[in-house]
Design a protein around this ligand. Sequence first.
Ligand SMILES: Cc1cc2nc3c(=O)[nH]c(=O)nc-3n(C[C@H](O)[C@H](O)[C@H](O)COP(=O)(O)O)c2cc1C
Length: 389
Amino acid sequence: MPVEFISAINVNQSNELNRLRRFEIDLPFFKRYARALDDYGFDYTLVPYASPAHDPFTVATAITQHTERVKPIVALRPNTMYPTVAARQLATLDQLSAGRAVVHFIAGGDDHEQAREGDRLPKEQRYARQAEYIEILRKVWTSTTAFDHAGTYYSFEDFVSVVRPVNGTIPVSVGGSSPDAYRVGGALGDIFGLWGEPLRETREQIDAVHEQARLAGRSDRPRIWVTFRPIIAETEELAWEKAHRILGVLTDSGGAAGRFARFRSATPANVGSQRLLAAAGRGEVHDRALWTAPAKATNAAGASTALVGTPETVAAAILDYIDLGAELVSIRGYDNFNDLIDYGRSVLPLVRQELAHREATGRRGEIVSLDAGLDQQDLVAAGATVVAS
Ligand SMILES: Cc1cc2nc3c(=O)[nH]c(=O)nc-3n(C[C@H](O)[C@H](O)[C@H](O)COP(=O)(O)O)c2cc1C
């Protein structure tokens, strides 16, 4: 499978650097954003879930009606919808989008946030319920005769759906960094989502997921999704200056915490955030360009580690994770819309060119830009991936 890129949709211009006190959808902006995802080469866009926010299914449907190619990844918390309903909603979205639906399961990292919508199960049971939920979805998508289900969390009789996914099924993603997440995602996920940790720790997590796939008797493995917040600029110096300006805003405003300001002090309940903070505790910069300071400033409320540098440095850093086995690379900035365009003009082409070069020559290139004062012909002959600076 080719390496693919994931973005994340915004329904209005509010973001961590420019937090607007308005929550309604800015339709012209939303349409422009959705189309830019197609135009700048993104393959997927996450439609995240948070209890106060717009409904991901509705937003995903709208994305597919304003685009041709990008696939919406609907974030779904099992406590919010009965599985037979979710199965048909996803299959309906899939038919409306000519087979572009993807679902990402959220077990829910915080009991308080879960209780906001009546979910009082402890996290390990939320993962057990998620496993049963995924099995029901797959059965509803494929069963052409009515069936009964008698499980721990769900039971129903004589149910059949006539709404089929376009390609017979819909990719199922599971995210998280706890042993329960590895177990459920390794056994049942087509995709496994991770937040951006250093290379060594990411290797460990990928191995843990693969081990659970093996223990579940699978012959295949989930595709690995890694998530970063790239901060790019013409030169390394400019990129780090920009990074520290962003950090200043995140620190002052509490970044993504915002309404969840109480997150800022408390130790996050979810393992994924705890691991990001642990990485921040071990050092601010890891490997080629991973910067953990934004995670520290926001108490790692979600995807909060950055890759900082020129587009070439960030592309090379992303290739390091691809070398580890990542196939889905989620990159979203802080100035979301403009960063999406910047990445589409630089980082995505750089990574794709290098992968095409490796495919064609079996050799690794070296990502350099022309402003390194080198001669283009010599560079190409030497197998380098060259971008016009
Ligand atoms: C790539 C990715 C995307 C996620 N998106 C969301 C989201 O949209 N809404 C949400 O509440 N949690 C989201 N999460 C959180 C997890 O799905 C997870 O339920 C939670 O962090 C518990 O994880 P743990 O097993 O690491 O403790 C996401 C996690 C990952 C890795």
